[in-house]
Design a protein around this ligand. Structure first.
Ligand code: ZN
Length: 244
């Protein structure tokens, strides 16, 4: 079975569609999994939820999804993120909000636990270093875990000796899904933050036992134009071109 993992789409329909086209070009997948943050920041929240509902098999709630649906507050959001959240909430249909309210925070599927932030704190924790990753290892029981939230593709590997390693993932990097337990972040589709503006996602192949990272160019100026048009904060559309 082949699975595409699309995290942090963030209401960027152009990036989302470019990634789906890339998936199709590579022969398609059997399932799409989304570790959260479908919306927030970007110009197309309703359109992204509608498309996700058509194509996605497993979807997790992210902090931006829950905030737009009024389920969590935005006290830890920066001012631009909070402003975008207020705008996003106004764009959602009642069906969109109901969809978000029904999303789980954690799902286990085959060898993977899927969460937005971390297994320990699925909504808000950023997994950025080996200490946080080590503390989270006992918080999931599947062999591997998929996270989003940082918008930075990366891999935590847990050796038998207890040694934890972290590595960044580049376009085309293939990870072997073997005996070692792993936490994998496929990076962000709609707002990458690793200084590479290309949309980031991953493909799991359960027969070959691999995870492969993919980067996809998309029409960033068209997204920036829609964001300006909708009055979204300048720093949010500027950062798309820088990828951070
Ligand atoms: Zn996010």
């Amino acid at each position: 079975m082949r699975i595409a993992v699309l995290a942090d789409i963030h209401a960027n329909l152009t990036a989302f569609e470019a990634v789906l086209a890339d998936v199709a070009r590579r022969g398609g997948v059997d399932e799409i999994w989304c570790p959260g943050d479908i919306i927030g920041y970007g110009p197309d929240p309703h359109e992204c939820i509608a498309l996700l509902r058509k194509v996605c098999k497993v979807c997790i709630a992210g902090n931006h999804d829950l905030a737009a649906a009024g389920l969590i507050d935005t006290s830890d959001f920066n001012p631009a993120a909070a402003a975008a959240n207020r705008w996003t909430a106004q764009q959602l249909t009642p069906e969109d909000t109901d969809f978000i309210k029904c999303l789980p925070l954690t799902v286990e599927r085959s060898d993977f636990t899927i969460v937005h932030g971390s297994p320990r704190e699925p909504v808000r924790e950023y997994l950025l270093d080996v200490d946080a990753a080590s503390e989270n290892l006992r918080c999931f029981s599947t062999k591997h875990c998929l996270v989003g939230h940082t918008h930075t593709p990366c891999l935590f590997m847990f050796g038998r000796s207890g040694k934890v390693r972290i590595s960044t993932l580049e376009d085309g990097t293939e990870i072997k899904l073997g005996e070692e337990r792993l936490i994998i972040n496929p990076g962000g589709v709609g707002q990458p933050r690793d200084s590479n503006p290309r949309a980031s996602y991953g493909i799991i192949d359960t027969d070959r036992r691999t995870f492969t990272l993919r980067r996809v160019p998309y029409d960033i100026p068209s997204v920036q134009a829609r964001m300006k048009d909708r009055g979204l904060p300048e720093m949010l559309w500027r950062r798309l071109a820088a990828g951070r």
